[in-house]
Design a protein. Sequence first.
Length: 176
Amino acid sequence: MPDSIAVRRLDATEAEARISELAAVLVDAVAHGASVNFMAGFSQGEAEGFWQGQLPGIADGGRRLIVADHGARLVGTVIITLAPQPNAAHRAEVGKMLVLSHLRRQGLGRRLLAAAEASAFAAGRTLLLLDTESDSAGDRLYRSCDWIEYGRVPGHAYTPDGRLAETTMFYKRLVL
Ligand SMILES: CC(C)(COP(=O)(O)OP(=O)(O)OC[C@H]1O[C@@H](n2cnc3c(N)ncnc32)[C@H](O)[C@@H]1OP(=O)(O)O)[C@@H](O)C(=O)NCCC(=O)NCCS
């Protein structure tokens, strides 16, 4: 992995300024078959709409966006959503864990996930949850980073090409 890749948190102003790059990473993931809520043909404009919808949460701190920058180019993302419920002040969800397809399997996903976990912990969140398509690259990444499977739902979501696929739910407890 090139040393020039920096993993860091982006605030809402920076996220808005770089919305086309954020969208491009999401479009690339869907185009390569990732089951991340969207179907084949997902456009740059639709992806920018998704990220626009994230901005208020990033601005008010309910969401934390962490990105990977390769030089001037944004090449990876992960979002932490802090649970808003009064009885869940220790909980957060991880989502949109994405690395540009041509930069995968070089440790960047692991770096982004570690940064997301550290950021959640810094926000006082010690129980993290996520779900992902069973047996996908994400599934393998989370297992390799000590996330624990707590359930599977057959036929939970469509893959971009229209196949119903199983989802696996994971959690991780963060300790000092
Ligand atoms: C999941 C994803 C973020 C992983 O990013 P990455 O940069 O390739 O991950 P890493 O290189 O850090 O991989 C870390 C470990 O995860 C596991 N892993 C990751 N991708 C894998 C794959 N395709 N097959 C098997 N194991 C895999 C391996 O154990 C790997 O360690 P190794 O390379 O030393 O064997 C990337 O594949 C991606 O963006 N996928 C599309 C989006 C997606 O499905 N995200 C998850 C749901 S939100």
